[in-house]
Ligand binder design. Structure first.
Ligand code: NAI
Ligand code: MG
Length: 354
């Protein structure tokens, strides 16, 4: 099992170190190779996605990533911005399906800003399309042109989806729903956007192959509202790249902390990149306070989806549950009466259980 390890920027190296320890503790035959991506790669090689990194990623069976970005690179030209490294890997490997489970662990029932009765027992899965939509649509640009008799700077992006892109992500979502509660909510904005009218039509067509799954549609603005009003009404949600970006971050907060949330980005061959849902958290980087659990849970998803090793996935997930039950908390999930620990100490606790 060849794993390409990409720690990245900010808290990336700190949280990755703990996830790597957890994988090593499984005592399996991993080959791990580390590469540069993001701002650290810009600094070292002048590009956020060096050829050598792309090669590592292509040759590996799975990729484990920390996070990229930081204020240092915010003013760099767009093709030298850290996130281009991530988008590049997603695009090059065709990682079109982003799976983001939002699970509320019972021990963290009070960590959410929502009332416990609204979120307790929450277990939803957001399936986000990752390689199309307005984030990749051409043409795009900024130009100066005449608007209302005045020269104005105008920025534009194109929202575009081809049928095959919509079809394949919907299949992933229906398949996921089959393995869970068999309820799928497809989120769009079909009252305004043609792209999403097409999306809705294809969702209905795809449903014919999954008669057991109950399919509903929801407009994205309502979905944003329903996620905080009554999130437990959902089982699996599926949506495009931009709506999914926003809704999955919103959903993550239902569970208390973005520091708890893993994600998987898969291609047609179940090759995947696994990463925490959060970013590089520059505000807390280098201080041994970041929560490494989302990265460990991402490693668990890697065992499940890329290596088809459900037992190892559950070993990691159960170890995480156990340390939460033992009261260990990093700052983002701390509450009085629990044991506040740092990044490395959280790793120690998980390793002790494993
Ligand atoms: P962020 O997710 O890095 O941080 C948001 C807030 O959550 C911060 O207060 C941070 O301290 C906290 N946080 C995040 N992860 C945490 C963890 N593991 N433990 C404890 N607290 C945690 O999002 P933000 O601040 O919008 O972006 C910071 C940088 O990260 C930017 O450069 C952005 O472009 C990049 N970013 C990268 C992503 C990626 O690599 N996939 C995703 C999102 C943002
Ligand atoms: Mg995001």
């Amino acid at each position: 099992m060849k794993i390409c390890v990409l720690p990245g920027d900010g808290i990336g190296p700190e949280i990755m170190a703990q996830a790597v320890r957890v994988l090593q503790a499984l005592d399996l035959k991993f080959e791990m190779e580390e590469g540069l991506v993001g701002g650290c790669a810009v600094d070292a090689a002048g590009t956020p996605l060096p050829e050598a990194t792309l090669k590592l990623a292509r040759e590996a069976d799975a990729i484990l990533l920390g996070a990229v970005g930081g204020p240092k690179w915010d003013t760099y030209p767009r093709d030298q911005r850290p996130e281009r490294g991530l988008l590049g890997i997603r695009k090059e490997l065709g990682l079109f399906a982003n799976l983001r489970p939002a699970i509320l662990y019972p021990e963290l029932a009070n960590a959410s800003t929502l009332k416990p009765e609204v979120v307790s027992g929450l277990d939803i899965l957001i399936v986000r399309e990752l390689t199309g939509d307005i984030y990749f649509g051409q043409p795009r640009g900024i130009e100066t042109r005449e608007v209302d008799g005045e020269n104005q700077r105008v920025g534009w992006n194109t929202m575009i989806y081809a049928e095959y892109e919509i079809r394949r992500i919907l299949r992933v979502a229906f398949e996921a729903a089959m393995k869970r509660g068999r309820r799928l909510c497809s989120v769009d904005k079909m009252n305004v956007l043609e792209t999403t009218q097409l999306w809705r039509d294809i969702a209905e067509e795809t449903k014919k192959d999954y008669p057991e799954v109950e399919l509903t549609h929801m407009l994205v603005d309502n979905a944003a509202m329903q996620l905080v009003r009554n999130p437990k009404q959902f089982d699996v949600m599926v949506t495009g790249n931009m709506f999914g970006d926003i809704l999955s971050d919103e959903a993550s907060m239902l569970t208390g902390s973005i520091g708890m949330l893993p994600s998987a980005s898969l291609n047609a061959d179940n090759k995947g990149m696994y990463e925490p849902s959060h970013g590089s958290a520059p505000d807390i980087a280098g201080r041994n306070v970041a929560n490494p659990l989302a990265t460990m849970l991402s490693a668990a998803m890697m065992m499940r989806y890329s290596f088809d090793d459900e037992a190892s996935a559950q070993r990691i997930e159960n170890a995480v549950k156990k340390v939460l039950a033992q009261g260990y908390r990093t700052g983002d999930i701390y509450e009085p009466g629990t044991r506040r620990v740092g990044t490395k100490e959280m790793g120690d606790a998980v390793l002790a259980v494993l």
